[in-house]
Design a binder for this molecule. Structure first.
Ligand SMILES: CCC[C@H](O)CC(=O)SCCNC(=O)CCNC(=O)[C@H](O)C(C)(C)COP(=O)([O-])OP(=O)([O-])OC[C@H]1O[C@@H](n2cnc3c(N)ncnc32)[C@H](O)[C@@H]1OP(=O)([O-])[O-]
Length: 695
């Protein structure tokens, strides 16, 4: 973005840096087009002070025209709002995305935008942080003109055309917010209720509403004071640090590397023009939709005719709904269907998404290897099976990788790209690039049971079961986790996805055994503590929402409202009595420490094993795939915030109390990081490399 005045002097710098220390909000430097330089938050300031500069621009006697090309986000747009006119290129994007970084637009954005476009529209932009196109910005009244030509030329022409006109009516800070239809207080109360419900503990959206309310109810100067106070609170909060860490973590994971030395910048992806999906169950349908929405021609193969007919209808509906939401045409022409696997002969990449059964998947990989082009990439959407075993069924094992999507696959942002020991760097690069084109946060992970996400989750789930044995209820565990910021606690999630899912896996792993023994060995499997509680519920047909009861009661099969179940409480009491377990009072703090620190401990093991390249990879997986509250950065960032010595001390404490639970034994990497002074999370990758080289 550039700023121009009527006599063609360029006043606003094209690119400046430095910004936004909370104590220096009136001393901030000018932002670039993408807003303030997030890297410099908390560092020393540089460049001219932002807020006084915007005030000086607005107060000036020469007409100032902002010429907006590319992005005008955050401080970039705030600077433009200080100008008297704004001209945008048709491809420009504008927005105040501060909320996504745990902040609010604190260079006058929260005060000027509602004055310019009205309270409801400004609330929408500021609370969601969404970017708008130039066309929408024009419609909203944020910009005065949109051009398809050279924006600077258009701005200069415009500036000359308005030179000499009075500017008082162009100074947004002097406006009052346009009146709203209905009661202003009622509007803010309603918005605040919605925001608090959706924010689930995030403080920035709430502060954004408060700031806009100040714009609507206070004179500009007092509104600016309020904006500054609110920003000061946000700026020093852990939430802003977590969200800013997450911003860079998302970008860091695309620069993947593997322990064998393969790297993103040394591995060119293969071109992918046409893709196939095998299996049109829930996952296959979602994957096919996501691919078509990303513009890929997709061949979908389903051998069961009935399933194929149902899937065709469902996929078309999903595509149409998505298109309606986005205001574009549904890409129905991208889809073709077949019941014959030969239909994939000419595709560049296949994603297998059949039932989670190794025998079936092996057979499909043998067929794919025979049918597909020799250089086609063969990917599996398995959530836990050994990718290497599948690779060994094919002619070219180096072309096999895992692409682990999360349900619903066309909605969830996460993709774990799983490389086996034989996967080529090019295959990995291709799958990572395809994920990016599908709008996913793609994270490269090594091949091991459960990969990263599910491997860590196992430790967390186990603790939740143990806590029930020791005296907790599902309600107690869930409310502690929900209070932490998860949208649902573990037991509600389990009821939603079906208890039979985990039961099947435990049976396959030889853990869930038929019959209940009451002796001391009943709660020990494969040499470690085991809780059969989930298996016992499944044996009674309590699979969760679909059967009307699980860890909670739902009134009827398919019911969605969880209510505490007295039967379950008596069942737990009987179970404890039967196994000689004396219930004790468990507080929410213990729930969090046991569940989260066990999960984090497994995260350290994963880093130690080189299955994830760095803490950013794990954190993105948890934030984008497992509902970890975004404003808490992810499990490894959270561990760093809590303090590694404290996490270590609590794990030691719980391991002493439960020596039969290996998940609670602190991982040696955690010990070594603590011994090396607990470096900040951004330095762990380096520290781990150094520690590995010392071994
Ligand atoms: C007083 C208060 C004032 C004000 O209210 C506060 C603010 O303005 S808050 C700020 C409000 N502004 C925002 O929230 C905008 C945040 N930025 C974005 O949303 C996207 O970057 C954007 C849409 C602009 C471009 O997407 P794209 O084309 O896919 O490109 P990309 O995303 O891959 O980025 C390319 C490279 O640029 C880097 N980088 C980018 N922005 C910043 C930044 N602000 N800072 C530092 N670095 C930034 C990014 O890390 C990456 O580096 P690398 O080393 O190559 O990994």
């Amino acid at each position: 973005m550039g700023g121009f005045c009527g006599n063609k002097n360029i006043l606003a710098p094209k690119k400046c840096s430095g910004e936004a220390r909370h104590r220096g909000l009136t001393q901030n430097s000018a932002p670039g087009p993408k807003g303030a330089d997030i890297k410099e938050f908390g560092d020393s300031e540089s460049g001219p002070p932002l807020i006084p500069m915007i005030h000086a621009i607005e107060a000036g006697n020469k007409p100032m025209v902002a010429a907006i090309e590319g992005f005008a986000l955050g401080g970039g747009l705030e600077l433009a709002l200080g100008c008297h006119y704004r001209i945008a290129h048709s491809k420009a994007r504008l927005g105040l995305p501060e909320v996504t970084l745990g902040l609010l637009p604190a260079a006058g954005g929260s005060q000027r935008l509602p004055r310019l476009i009205g309270v409801p529209a400004a609330l929408d932009l500021i609370i969601t942080g969404r970017h708008v196109t130039a066309a929408e910005a024009l419609q909203l009244g944020i910009v005065d003109q949109v051009t398809d030509h050279h924006t600077v030329d258009a701005a200069v022409k415009f500036a000359l055309s308005v030179a000499g006109r009075p500017l008082d009516a162009r100074r947004i800070s002097s406006y009052s917010c346009p009146p709203v239809s209905g009661d202003l207080d009622a509007l803010f109360e309603e918005v605040m209720r919605k925001v608090r419900r959706g924010a689930r503990g995030a403080i920035a959206p709430v502060a954004c509403v408060q700031a806009v309310r100040a714009a609507a109810t206070l004179p500009y100067a007092r509104g600016m004071e309020r904006e500054r106070e609110l920003m000061a609170t946000l700026f020093t909060s852990g939430q802003a640090r977590a969200l800013q860490y997450s911003f860079f973590a998302q970008r860091a994971v695309s620069r993947w590397s593997t322990p064998s030395g393969a790297r993103w910048d040394a591995s060119a992806p293969k071109p992918v023009r046409k893709v196939a999906v095998i299996g049109l169950g829930t996952m296959g349908r979602g994957i096919a939709v996501a691919l078509a929405q990303a513009g890929f021609p997709v061949v979908s193969v389903e051998t069961q005719e009935k399933q194929l007919t149902e899937a065709k209808r469902a996929v078309s509906q999903m595509l149409e709904r998505g298109a309606k939401r986005r205001g574009v045409a549904a890409p129905l022409d991208k889809m073709s269907y077949s019941s014959n696997i030969q239909a994939v002969a000419d595709v560049d990449l296949v994603i297998e998404a059949v039932f989670e059964d190794m025998g079936l998947k092996k057979k499909i990989f043998q067929q794919l290897s025979a049918v597909c082009k020799p250089d086609a990439l063969l990917c599996t959407n398995t959530s836990s099976l050994d990718v290497d075993q599948l690779a060994s069924q094919t002619r070219n094992p180096e072309l096999v990788v895992g692409m682990h999507f999360f349900a619903p696959a066309h909605v969830m942002k996460l993709l774990e790209v799983v490389y086996g020991p034989r996967s080529s760097p090019q295959a990995l690069a291709t799958a990572m690039q395809l994920g990016k084109k599908m709008g996913k946060v793609s994270v490269a992970v090594g091949n091991c049971p459960g990969f990263v996400g599910n491997r860590m989750l196992k430790a967390y789930v186990e603790q939740a079961f143990f806590l029930l044995e020791e005296g907790a209820t599902p309600e107690l565990v869930d409310s502690a986790l929900e209070e932490f910021g998860f949208s649902m606690g573990f037991f509600k999630v389990s009821d939603l996805s079906g208890l039979d899912v985990g039961w099947k896996v435990r049976k396959e792993d030889g853990l869930a055994l038929p019959g209940v023994s009451t002796g001391p060995s009943a709660r020990i499997r494969q040499g470690r503590r085991y809780s059969p509680l989930g298996d016992l519920l499944c044996q009674r047909g309590r699979f969760g929402q679909k059967t009307g009861s699980g860890w909670y009661q739902y009134g009827k099969p398919g019911g969605r409202v969880a209510t505490p179940d007295p039967w379950l409480h008596s069942f737990l009491e009987e179970y404890r009595a039967q196994h000689g377990l004396v219930p004790r009072r468990i507080d929410p703090q213990e729930v969090l420490e046991r569940c989260l620190y066990a999960l984090i401990n497994e995260g350290f093991r994963i880093l130690e094993d080189g299955i994830a390249a760095g803490p950013e990879d794990i954190d993105c997986i948890y934030v984008f795939g497992y509902g970890w509250p975004h404003y808490r950065g992810g499990p490894m960032f959270y561990a760093a915030m809590v303090g590694l010595p404290k996490v270590l001390e609590r794990l030691e404490h719980y391991y002493r109390a439960h020596p039969d639970v290996p998940d609670l034994q602190p991982c040696s990497l955690l010990r070594r990081l603590v011994a090396s002074g607990s470096p900040p999370v951004q330095k762990w990758k380096e520290a781990i490399k150094k520690l590995h080289s010392q071994l």
